[in-house]
Design a protein around this ligand. Structure first.
Ligand code: FES
Length: 144
């Protein structure tokens, strides 16, 4: 069998099948059909602010992605917003939103609305993304 001198036909077929599945998933983006999902290797998400009522007031926090990298936006001022990865820096669990920030359900790390670690499992702060606003369109664009 060419290219595989030491493996059985069964191993060869299994390896070939896994390669084909991997190629299929890569070609279709892992089954992700959400056009606003972050692209592999980087994040570019445009958010229509009116779609997230929590962002109508300063201090409000909303999760703005349903697929791909989980991202939360914090309204940090009358016309300013910050965006954070909701991937816990401890071991990668998706964190939840609280009244004043975030909490990881896995080991209890808590973060304030600035993304800083404030308690629970000791870890670093949340990864922050760049936010650019388009006041005319009522949107923000989040990039990494
Ligand atoms: S994974 Fe979040 S605190 Fe451990």
């Amino acid at each position: 069998m060419s290219g595989c001198n030491s493996c059985s036909r069964r191993d060869f077929v299994a390896t070939g099948t896994l390669a084909a599945v991997g190629a299929f998933l890569a070609a279709c983006g892992g089954g992700d059909s959400n056009p606003t999902a972050p692209a592999p290797g980087g994040v570019t998400v445009t958010v229509t602010l009116a779609s997230f009522p929590a962002l109508a007031t300063v201090g409000g926090i909303a999760r703005v992605t349903t697929t791909g990298t989980p991202i939360a936006v914090v309204r940090s001022g009358p016309a300013s917003y910050r965006a954070f990865s909701m991937v816990c820096p401890h071991q990668g669990t998706t964190i939840g939103i609280t009244a004043t920030g975030f909490r990881c359900p896995n080991h209890g790390a808590t973060f304030n609305a600035n993304g800083g670690w404030i308690g629970g499992q000791n870890t670093s702060g949340l990864v922050e993304f760049t936010v650019t606003s388009n006041a005319t369109a009522g949107t923000i664009t989040i990039t990494s």
